[in-house]
Design a protein around this ligand. Structure first.
Ligand code: CTP
Ligand code: ZN
Length: 158
């Protein structure tokens, strides 16, 4: 199939958010994340799987018919599937493109697994983790200083 196969399958949109360059197979994972947020429940979504990509060989992509994707949702996606591109489309044109990587500081998204951590006994204290390496695969709790692999921590949805 040609490199333009995606345009044959999903029409261009007038206004919306395109999550592009998703490694093939990870699109459904991102959809799961998106639909954990109450505000996203009614947003029209198109999922494309296994499209040809110059960069990745194969990629998934998601189009959302909405004009704004909340930063906490982008942060959540960036932690679970680093390196995707979030594109904003307006008047049929790509207005902005941002490649999203896990942030150096992850606020109020992950639960600390240390039962003695203050964030688990004092509800008003939010959680804060800092990346301890560039890949952000390991993070350290700001409060109890314990180190965890990112994928062992549970996500709390507000
Ligand atoms: N797109 C869309 N509607 C538009 C414009 C673009 O749905 N009106 C989608 C395309 O379907 C495609 C993505 O946005 O999935 C491509 O955007 P663009 O950045 O223009 O493409 P490239 O330059 O090929 O992207 P890149 O170099 O970042 O891979
Ligand atoms: Zn802690």
């Amino acid at each position: 199939m040609s490199n333009n196969n995606e345009m044959l399958l999903i029409p261009k949109i007038e206004l919306g958010i395109v999550i592009d360059h998703i490694p093939a197979g990870q699109g459904p994972k991102i959809l799961d994340i998106i639909f954990q947020y109450e505000e996203m429940k009614d947003v029209p979504v198109t999922l494309g799987l296994n499209y040809t990509s110059k960069k990745l060989g194969k990629k998934d992509l998601i189009k959302l018919q909405m004009d704004y994707l909340a930063p906490e949702i982008i942060q959540h996606i960036s932690i679970m599937v680093p390196g995707v591109t979030v594109k904003a489309v307006k008047d049929y044109k790509v207005h902005s493109k941002v490649v999203v990587h896990p942030p150096k500081e992850i606020k109020n998204l992950l639960e600390c697994k240390n039962p003695n951590c203050i964030t688990n006994s004092e509800a008003h204290i939010g959680t804060l983790f800092t990346a301890i390496d560039d890949s952000a695969k390991q993070v350290k709790c700001y409060y109890c200083e314990r180190i965890f692999a990112l994928d062992e921590l549970d996500v709390v949805i507000p």
